[in-house]
Write a protein that binds this ligand. Structure first.
Ligand code: C2E
Ligand code: CA
Ligand code: CA
Length: 685
């Protein structure tokens, strides 16, 4: 940017231009224009070259003043100095020129040496200003802004000031989805709003610190901070209605005059972090506990190398239970930190920090290696271990070495890939979908099974599942905890599990804590569960004992055989399910709850006889469905009341009669699973 050395000469007299060229040609390149309009065109085509403009005032078509009017409208020309050539001393025009933003004057006829000096001066000055001004927004750059803050504080020691640091939530997304140009537009609109607000306050310093981060320093008044953030927010919403922009603002009320501006900024930044991503909160004030948290965070980061070297991280295992057999089928490896001085630190305290800092990549790999070692040990002992799943954090999904790392691990420890399952968190699937699909396909080729972890915790839609070739769905525990769903958690969970079934994806529900939840999951056909009800994460030794005990006990007898039938029906590959489909009698399985019935499963015969009759109109089809439902509702209600419900006769259409029987095949609290069988009896009528 600093080696621009082209001069734009704007004059209608060819002689003048020729003479000028002769004077300055040695040191600069020269572009010329004969009037204001032409000058604007030349400028637009050479924006990155022009260092100075030498402008005549009196010209045809567009004169110098009109040119300045137009020129000043373009923010991108802000740093280009304009030197005006005047024929004689005309104070009035000079004043007008200064108002119009002209930097300097030269007298005609030109004195070559003087002109060269003036041009040099203008360029040097504009370079200095350019270093202080940010090219995109024209605001102060970080250092200039910090200096201005320092001056403001020094000159007003009696007053209390606030330093506000704000940024735009998901700015990266705007850049990625809408392009850098759109991103710049957002930044420029923040800048122009700040300029506007600055005219209201006597003491108000502002600048762009980096990327989408801006700073403001002003006398502290809570309502003024709110005003500022609201004004920015409202203005930003106008930029583009397609996305909602939210500003996160961290404020430090400066009450310690020994801090330098960088430290003041750090405190505002700590505050800003606490409102990032929260939908309702835009402003957060710094308090001293934030510094304590930061120190704690720093400690955890500093300790990591030693902890890895000294193997302070330990693998804990939490069994996953196959709900059809109530026995464990493998486990998830979860990290535990045994700190020599502090005792056990829970992952909740250090994983988020390591995720933010990318350190999690190393910790993951540490865990994978330890799990491989463990699997090797079991294989060496002649055991027949079930798969253990490990967590793969986002940074590792983007690690170009990932495939190599896994390949190396299974080769080194001679582990069949299907013994090491990989849990990838749901939110990662939303980011770079092409990359994640490629990574998954490579992992599949090596023989790994992939689980989508924490499903439902973020934004992923059911759509994502359809496109992503995962092997298992791990459903987040929040559905069971339910507070967020006003009691609808069960319903949502039911649909999630059903949808997974349509996609032939077995599901594992996490966070199962009670027998009631277990029954519920069995009832909706969930395949696996993981949670405190069965076992908490445990040491490897405890896990080995757990497995040994299970083996001694043998397969537990299922307490409710009916539930097993439901499970088997869900599993389209089970024998029961195949038999169900092969039977020559139409059968449908319904769920009945609070006087509502829902069709869960039908066999092929039901579909062909009772549903897919192409010869009937849609109207007739709907009539039949309605009639069938009304009959069943009545029958189900009887059963729920405990009344006898014998076979019913049902006329599908003219002279086609069925005898319909209903049997309860599963029951849990207020939900019943009913099997409905249709025997055709037309010939006996
Ligand atoms: P996650 O992967 O979703 O792991 C399940 C978490 O749920 C574990 O917490 C587990 O102890 C907890 N949990 C299991 N059953 C129940 C239950 O019935 N009720 C409740 N309330 N909680 C249950 P933990 O071990 O504290 O780990 C928390 C998170 O930290 C994990 O969530 C995972 O995201 C992360 N994490 C743990 N170990 C590792 C690791 O080795 N690598 C990576 N990258 N992340 C890990
Ligand atoms: Ca997990
Ligand atoms: Ca999880």
């Amino acid at each position: 940017m600093y080696n621009k050395n082209t001069i734009l000469l704007v004059d209608d007299e060819e002689m003048v231009k020729k003479r000028l060229r002769d004077v300055i040609n040695d040191n600069f390149e020269v572009l010329d224009a004969s009037d204001g309009q032409e000058a604007l065109d030349v400028l637009a085509a050479n924006i990155n070259k022009v260092a100075v403009i030498v402008l005549d005032l009196i010209m045809p078509i567009m004169d110098g003043f009109q040119f300045m009017d137009e020129f000043r409208r373009h923010q991108e020309y802000d740093n280009i100095p304009v030197i005006v050539a005047t024929a004689n001393e005309d104070w009035h025009s000079e004043q007008k020129c200064l108002e119009a933003g002209v930097w300097d004057f030269v007298m005609k006829p030109y004195n070559p040496l003087l002109l060269q000096f003036r041009i040099r001066n203008a360029i040097d000055k504009s370079r200095m200003i350019m270093a202080e001004r940010d090219a995109i927004t024209g605001l102060y750059t970080k250092y200039k802004f910090y200096r201005a803050v320092r001056m403001l504080l020094l000159e007003n020691t009696e007053e209390t000031f606030a330093f506000a640091r704000f940024d735009i939530d998901r700015f990266k997304m705007i850049n990625n989805f809408y392009g850098v140009k759109e991103g710049n537009k957002v930044l420029q609109s923040v800048a122009s709003e700040l300029r506007k607000i600055a005219t209201v306050f006597a003491k108000f310093v502002y600048g762009r610190i980096e990327n989408d981060v801006f700073g403001v320093c002003m006398p502290f008044k809570e309502e003024n901070i709110e005003l500022l953030v609201n004004a920015l927010q409202i203005n930003l919403r106008k930029v583009n209605k397609d996305y909602n922009i939210k500003v996160s603002c961290g404020v430090y009320v400066i009450n310690d005059d020994t801090l330098d501006v960088a430290e003041i900024y750090d405190r505002a930044f700590l505050a800003a972090k606490s409102c990032k991503g929260k939908f309702v909160q835009s402003i957060a004030y710094y308090n001293d506990s934030m510094i304590e948290d930061m120190r704690q965070e720093q400690f955890i980061i500093n300790e990591v190398n030693r902890a890895i070297e000294e193997e302070q991280f330990e693998v804990y295992l939490q069994p996953k239970i196959n709900l059809a057999t109530d026995r464990s089928y493998g486990a998830e490896a979860l990290v535990r930190w045994q700190h020599p001085d502090l005792g056990m630190i829970s992952p909740g305290e250090f994983i988020p920090i390591y995720e933010r800092n990318g350190i999690i990549g190393r910790l993951d790999q540490y865990m994978w290696r330890h799990v491989c070692k463990l699997l090797r040990k079991w294989l060496d002992e002649g055991k027949n271990p079930n798969p253990i799943s490990v967590n793969v954090s986002r940074v590792n999904i983007y690690n170009p070495q990932l495939i190599q790392i896994f390949k190396k691990l299974i080769t080194e420890y001679q582990i069949p890939a299907e013994l090491l399952n990989l849990e990838l968190t749901e939110s990662a699937f939303m980011e770079d979908q092409d990359l994640i699909m490629k990574t998954m396909s490579n992992l599949h080729q090596l023989g790994f099974k992939i689980m989508m972890d924490d499903f439902g915790s973020g934004y992923s839609s059911l759509n994502v599942l359809k496109d992503m070739e995962v092997d298992y769905l791990k459903v987040d525990m929040k559905f069971l905890q339910d507070q967020e769903f006003n009691g609808k958690g069960e319903k949502v969970l039911t649909s999630v599990i059903r949808m997974a079934k349509w996609l032939h994806l077995p599901s594992i529900v996490e966070g199962v804590e009670t027998l009631e939840q277990v029954d519920f999951l069995k009832c909706i056909g969930c395949e696996y569960a993981q949670g405190y009800y069965y076992a908490k994460p445990m040491t490897v030794a405890d896990y080995e004992a757990f497995i040994a005990k299970e083996e001694v006990m043998g397969a537990k007898c299922c307490e409710d055989e009916n539930i097993t039938i439901v499970n088997e029906l869900w599993n389209t590959r089970s024998n029961t399910s195949r038999l169900f489909d092969m039977l020559d009698t139409p059968i449908a399985v319904y769920e009945y709850r609070h006087e509502k019935l829902e069709l869960l499963r039908t066999n092929a015969r039901y579909e062909s006889e009772l549903v897919f009759d192409k010869s009937v109109s849609e109207h007739e089809h709907n009539r039949r469905m309605k009639a069938e439902r009304e009959m069943l509702c009545e029958a189900f209600a009887k059963i729920v009341r405990g009344d006898f419900c014998g076979p019913m006769e049902y006329e599908l259409t003219n002279d086609i009669w069925y005898r319909v029987t209903v049997r309860v095949i599963g029951k849990r609290a207020d939900t019943m699973i009913m099997m409905v069988t249709f025997y055709e009896i037309s010939e006996y009528k």
